[in-house]
Design a protein around this ligand. Structure first.
Ligand SMILES: C[S@@+](CC[C@H](N)C(=O)[O-])C[C@H]1O[C@@H](n2cnc3c(N)ncnc32)[C@H](O)[C@@H]1O
Length: 466
């Protein structure tokens, strides 16, 4: 027990640059210096592997009192070391509860990386794969706070703010307690990949939304102005809905639909925490929502983020080997629904702009769905060329497909994603609002410090918008 506590303390000290392993081991009060040194070195050697296993097993979320460095040492000992062999004290039963899941996650990782021995994980593990390098993106919720206050808060917590990033390279090289402002999205902060903010008071109070950058693009590109009426067709669990509400400044209306009762329940909690008050949430099949219903006569904006194979999701890429290739049958069923949903959405009479998005990498769920919808309503809608300098574009399967955006850990340091922006033809004759998002890399001034610190509205209550 004392050995594990000492090893965790040394690891923590090394990470926060208090000294070298040797120095910290000799400086500790642990008597068996050799044993402690060996355990720390081995744990550190497998650090990336242990991080991946602990994260995918959800250990720290399940055991809130377990400190990350202690967890790392214990999981090393359990899975890769000598086992607890009669030691382990009070941690032994705790780890025993998670043993099966942890072992399964280690096995998955090996299959995923195509290796059979723990040792073989090292080479790959010490060079983390692209999915492991995706930074932690944090959207600042403008309904509850502002970017300057959040930056100040993190600075007071010992984080170091590096200003606005100018390239993906800046994001890739983030380390330790440094953070940046995203080069493209004005309310998106970027932290190193390992940063876990699920317990952070600002997150708990709804001031921060932990949302991948690619998943922030759909609402940003739909860009509904305050006061407008918006449909979020497949809305739960609601991260994009809360982003839309922030863009609307809670003025106007969001009609949010979803079929799944449980997901809707967590969405109601999420929206309440985020201070969203302009949203009507309904447990409803979007395909059964009538475009001629008078309630939706003012709807000019639709976000369609339908169920998909999820083949671009980072957790899938990390955990589920082969998840990138859903079966033909499943793809066919999903694409059928996606096509119906997109055509249905385009039938809303006042619709001006629609964003279609998926977290899938499959052409069948992405370019093919968009092409099908455009072919079925020729001359009515067109694809808008957005974010011209976004490096990863739609597959060139039909003319104009390059206007779509794709995203991936390798090309954009995000999860895998697809986005298409469609606009009604007559709207396009005037200057399109989304095309105006073209010079996205022209930096606006990065936030400066504010004189006054606004108080955190932790626990501020807004009624759920069900
Ligand atoms: C990819 S998720 C949406 C994620 C959500 N936009 C967000 O950002 O949090 C797809 C959602 O579509 C819902 N869904 C599937 N079929 C539907 C339908 N026919 N009508 C409404 N929602 C549907 C699923 O229950 C699921 O919650």
């Amino acid at each position: 027990h004392a050995l594990y506590a000492a090893a965790a303390a040394v690891l923590e000290g090394v990470e926060s640059r208090q000294g070298s392993i040797k120095g910290l081991v000799y400086g500790s009060r642990f008597q068996n210096v050799k044993q402690l040194y060996a355990l720390v070195c081995e744990t550190q050697r497998y650090s990336a592997v242990l991080d991946a296993v602990i994260a995918s097993a959800g250990l720290l979320r399940a055991e809130k009192k377990l400190r990350p460095h202690v967890a790392k040492v214990l999981v090393y000992e359990l899975l890769l070391g000598r086992g607890f062999r009669g030691g382990g004290g009070r941690w032994k039963p705790l780890l025993a509860r998670h043993q099966a899941r942890l072992k399964a996650e280690l096995a998955r990782l090996k299959v995923h990386r195509g290796v059979s021995r723990n040792e073989d994980l090292l080479e790959v593990g010490s060079r983390p794969g692209p999915a492991l390098q995706v930074p932690r993106f944090v959207r600042v919720n403008a309904l509850k706070t502002c970017i300057d206050d959040v930056i100040d808060y993190f600075k007071r917590q010992g984080f170091s703010y590096e200003g606005r990033a100018s390239s993906l390279e800046d994001l890739r090289s983030l380390k330790g307690k440094h953070f940046l402002l995203d080069p493209l999205l004005p309310e998106l902060l970027v932290f190193p990949a390992h940063t876990d903010l699920h317990e952070h008071p600002l997150y708990q109070a709804g001031h921060l939304i932990l949302q991948d950058k690619a998943s922030c693009l759909p609402a940003m590109l739909l860009a509904p102005p305050p006061g407008s009426h918006v449909i979020d067709a497949c809305a739960a669990p609601g991260n994009k809905t809360s982003h839309l509400a922030a863009l609307l400044k809670n003025q106007g209306k969001i009609f949010a639909f979803d079929l799944d009762e449980k997901r809707l329940a967590s969405m109601a909690t999420l929206l309440a925490r985020a201070g969203v008050s302009c949203c009507e949430l309904a447990e409803k099949d979007f395909l059964a929502v009538s475009p001629s219903d008078q309630r939706y006569r003012q709807v000019q904006y639709i976000l369609l983020d339908p169920s998909c194979s999820g083949s671009g999701m980072l957790t899938r890429q990390l955990e589920e080997p082969g998840a990138g290739a859903p079966s033909k049958k499943r793809l066919h069923a999903l694409a059928g629904f996606q096509q119906r949903a997109l055509c249905h959405a385009l039938a809303f009479p006042s619709l001006r702009r629609l964003v279609y998005s998926t977290c899938s990498l499959c052409q069948e769920e992405n370019e093919d769905v968009v092409q099908d919808a455009l072919q079925k309503s020729p001359g009515t809608f067109r694809l808008v060329p957005v974010l011209p300098s976004w490096p990863h574009r739609g597959l060139g399967t039909f003319p104009g497909a390059e206007h779509c955006l794709r995203a991936s850990p390798e090309t954009t340091l995000t999860g895998g994603f697809f986005i298409a922006v469609l606009e009604r033809e007559e709207v396009s004759s005037s200057v399109s609002q989304t095309e105006a998002l073209g010079p996205e890399l022209t930096p606006s001034p990065a936030p400066k410090r504010k004189q006054q610190q606004r108080k955190l509205a932790a626990g501020a209550s807004t009624p759920p918008c069900t």
